[in-house]
Design a protein around this ligand. Sequence first.
Ligand code: ADP
Ligand code: MG
Length: 678
Amino acid sequence: MKITDKITALSGVAAKRAALYNKLGIENVGDLIAHYPKDYIDYSETVKIADAPVNEQSVIKGFVTQKIPAARIRQGLVIYKVIVDDGSDSLTVVLYNNRFAYEALEKDKEYRLFGRVTGGFTRKEMNTPQIIPAEETRLIRPKYSLTEGLTAQMVITNMTEALRSVSEQIEEFIPDEIRQRYELCTEEYACRNIHFPESSHAAEISRRRLGFDELLMIQCAMGMMRAGRKEAAGCPMKMKDIAEFEASLPFELTGAQRKACREIFSDMCGQTPMNRLVQGDVGSGKTAVAAAACWLAAENGCQSALMAPTEILARQHYATLKSFLEPLGINVGCLTGSMTAKQKNEIKAQLLSGEINVITGTHALISESTEFKRLGLVITDEQHRFGVNQRKLFAMKGEKPHKLVMSATPIPRTLSLIIYGDLDISIINELPKGRQPVETYAVTGKLRSRALGFVKKELDAGRQGYIVCPMIEESDGAGELQAAKAYAERIAEGELKGYSIGLLHGKMLPAEKDAVMADFKDGKIQLLVSTTVIEVGVDVPNATVIMIESSDRFGLSQLHQLRGRVGRGKYKSSCILITDNATEETRARLRIMSSLHDGFAIAEEDLKIRGGGDFFGSRQSGLPPLKIADLYNDRELLGDTSQAAKELFAASPDLSEYPKLKEKALALLNENGSEGMN
Ligand code: ADP
Ligand code: MG
């Protein structure tokens, strides 16, 4: 048998069972071996039948005292029962249609059984347990994820045969020196012991090895992507002194902004296209950094495109870039979906002629059919987590422009190693001078009136504010819209009577949203009530208070984003988190918001609370799904693998010295193609 043979090469696997395996993504024998247990049953931890908790899974150890003759209940259903006694009590073991298991059980012999004990008041029963003879010495057995029709026992039997037949074919692909330095067991040992460990220690070192493989492969794949991008830049540029640009700004750049600009400028003047991510906390001034990059491009006769996730942001960036760049003789344009066809065509013509130097717009508009005279720089402003779209951007071919992504969500440093392994990163970890941390209070709904009273005081002082409406369960936005409207009307009639209140929600047309935002920016609207689609990234320095309903439903990083709408100017600002869920856990989580103001620190906490699996949500990261490693619990392994990857690339920049490793990394890249890591 070969490791690449179809799963049907295993005995007992015909078309029907193969189809079940296919459902789990298992096609061949090698795939089966890579179907790692999700946990183990430890048969050494037995409980007395008399003490076994009802409706919970337990391991019991007892003698078969009686085998009850098979009962045919109906066509296709035969029930086999045996009585097992351990001296404390006895229970009935029930096996459905499993003559094989029934016949294997011998009377007066002792077994260990794992299963759910039922029947608190009646006779105790255990249905379809997993059973091993008591004299068995390997007491740690795998638990697999299964699918309807595929039992644990089937997988165990097939796995045993697969490992017996092909384990010699399992190749070592990690070079010896790396294996020794990082104290890794062999691949073959790991593959056998992850399934049927000799001891819990064996299971642990196998898991570490396989997790190492997984994280190392991702980093090697990213390293190869990075190496593959070493084509010549379409637009190499000449360095300029940033002071010239800074002179036109209404403020001085912060040290962190200057450092990011230096890194970007140096990339843009290099031989290969820039692939850089700017990670900056909310309000750290990423737009000014983007403007600096556009300025350098324009000074070098190249055009720049700045793409935003929403129209409101595209327009805001347009206004900002215009104010920074037009005094320097740079022509800024904007392209949005709500423009008429005629207007769009006009802008597009100016892009083609080169009349417009810098264009802002939404992702779709700029990437679609727009042609440039000489596009040298593409920037995306990403308000959400870095994801698949951005990786697509980096894979973008054509004129080989320099690429820059600005991410507003700090990612814990440990994770950025793997998430952004293919990119260079600049971090803006400093806020402009004079910013005061936003005072944050978490209160229950009982204090809502007082909170609104506080909002009112801010409005009376000439400031502005936001209220984020309660989240409601329905997925369709209509209900949410109703709720937001009702909420806005209620406060307009009640606590905030006489103030000008605007409403922003996801069902509005872009032009309508723009109009509301424009009125808010101009101060015509004092208080903006918004559904959860609030446009993060919106910059209105006069806004000093944000009140967030259902705050317990948000992740900490999200709350930090929302809170970042205030505290953007010279005024002291506040954030009021309202929750009707007063559990200690919720309160503890929200208290973190009161004490932490640094997005990176908050992201660490968020990761701690939610764990690696949930941190990114629906595969937002653009990474292949992890089978065995966990980005939170395996932080140490992450560090080790990133170090190992560095060593490998240092020794062999295209990994050609390590052909087996290279082959695996390439396979990962191809598998994940444009959807995944590209
Ligand atoms: P973000 O990083 O969240 O996108 P913005 O680019 O919107 O932040 O900047 C936030 C606010 O800070 C804007 O009003 C901007 O004009 C201002 N700002 C940016 N850099 C500085 C600076 N160095 N000094 C003072 N204010 C600044
Ligand atoms: Mg921004």
